[in-house]
Design a protein around this ligand. Structure first.
Ligand SMILES: NC(=O)c1ccc[n+]([C@@H]2O[C@H](COP(=O)([O-])OP(=O)(O)OC[C@H]3O[C@@H](n4cnc5c(N)ncnc54)[C@H](OP(=O)(O)O)[C@@H]3O)[C@@H](O)[C@H]2O)c1
Length: 339
């Protein structure tokens, strides 16, 4: 396998760091690694294969002399909008973790096990990685859709603070310490206090009453599944946990469904793990999925109409919801295999 020169944009962030850990763990065929971040990180370095590699400030002049095959962007949508095309015009395949291009008709939005075929042999251009909450939900929706057809979907999310990046993690830590010291601190990252609280808002509100994260999940799910008029409703909630997101997913189906068959498909799925035995009190929690690449499914059940499936869906937002899905997109597009 040809070695690939890899750029990570946002290499000092939560997603960027996890990405570097993963390419090392999976033995991705890296020629040179170029870790980019902002000017603030000048003098810092990342560790890759026991070597320290200096952070490169993201500027056009620092890219000009480099041959880059694949660039993973996780530095926010403003940076992606400004710089993704600079990398792709130089011949790199850009996998973008931000929301900048997800709804662009010309840009594929991909969860490889659901619609990876659309990027096979795509060696340059831009591919968008979906929102973390969307990524963990659509493989399950896809299974149920193929089994019994989806009539409608209702989702509630329970999203950890790491979804808001390193600043989100710091805010929860600081608030817990401050509150235990008998003091209080004003929220900076989240709209209200997150410690010992739940916040039913992720991102700004739109005039119709939905917040940004809910709109992302609705639009992205429709695009990935290729069902433009999918009847889907979402409520997104920030919870005071550090890593992994959970979701309750309720699907009304067109035909009667057989939960035993759905469970079998999940058990046989390479990217999913079924943890579902109520008698043994077995179901996935955030802790089970942390630092894991798979989506964990439990509490799978159908009501007496047999035209409804409900489940509890858990995954690591930084892994499955970001770095791991992005890496698998690159593997699919560039034909990377590890045999
Ligand atoms: N966290 C998640 O669960 C998650 C999941 C899916 C998608 N995403 C998306 O991934 C992106 C990064 O998220 P994150 O959680 O990793 O955020 P983060 O922890 O806050 O890290 C942000 C990274 O972007 C870099 N950066 C910021 N401004 C920059 C600039 N002007 N030029 C170059 N680099 C710049 C930062 O560098 P410095 O350290 O130098 O500031 C840092 O490396 C966001 O678009 C986010 O929406 C995140």
């Amino acid at each position: 396998m040809k070695l690939l020169n890899v750029a990570v944009i946002g290499a000092t962030g939560i997603v960027g760091k996890e990405f570097i850990t993963l390419i090392e763990q999976r033995n991705f065929p890296v020629g040179e690694l170029f870790p980019f971040a902002s000017e603030r990180s000048l003098g810092e370095f990342v560790e890759y294969k026991k070597k320290e590699i200096s952070i490169i400030p993201l500027k056009k002049e620092n890219i000009a002399d480099k041959k880059i095959d694949v660039a993973f962007f996780s530095a926010g949508s403003a940076v992606s909008k400004e710089m993704a095309s600079v990398f792709s015009k130089k011949g790199a395949l850009v996998i973008d973790n931000s929301s900048a291009f997800r709804m662009d008709k010309a840009v594929p939005l991909v969860v490889p096990e659901v619609n990876g075929d659309i990027v096979k042999n795509m060696k340059t251009g831009i591919i968008a990685n979906p929102n973390c909450s969307t990524i963990q939900m659509v493989p399950f929706l896809d299974i149920v859709n193929k089994h019994a057809g989806i009539e409608s979907v209702f989702v509630s999310t329970y999203q950890s603070v790491s979804g808001a990046g390193k600043k989100g993690i710091e805010e929860l830590k600081d608030q817990v310490v401050t509150l235990f010291s008998g003091k209080s601190s004003d929220p900076q990252v989240f709209p209200q206090r997150i410690a010992f609280n739940l916040i039913p808002q992720i991102g700004p509100f739109y005039p119709d009453g939905y917040c940004e994260e809910e709109v992302k999940m609705i639009n992205e799910t429709r695009k990935i599944l290729g069902i433009k008029d999918l009847d889907i409703d979402v409520t997104t909630v920030r919870v005071p946990t550090f890593f992994s997101h959970a979701e309750t997913v309720v699907i009304n189906t067109k035909k009667e469904c057989d939960t035993a068959k759905i469970k079998k498909q999940i058990e046989n799925h390479s990217e999913m793990i079924l943890m579902d035995d109520p008698e043994e009190l077995l179901y996935p929690t955030l802790i089970d999925s942390s630092r894991r690449n798979e989506v964990f499914i439990g509490r799978l059940r159908s009501n007496d109409t047999k035209r409804r499936v409900s489940a509890w869906v858990v995954a690591d937002n930084v892994r499955k919801g970001a770095a791991y899905n992005a890496l698998r997109i690159a593997e699919t597009a560039l034909g990377v295999s590890y045999e």
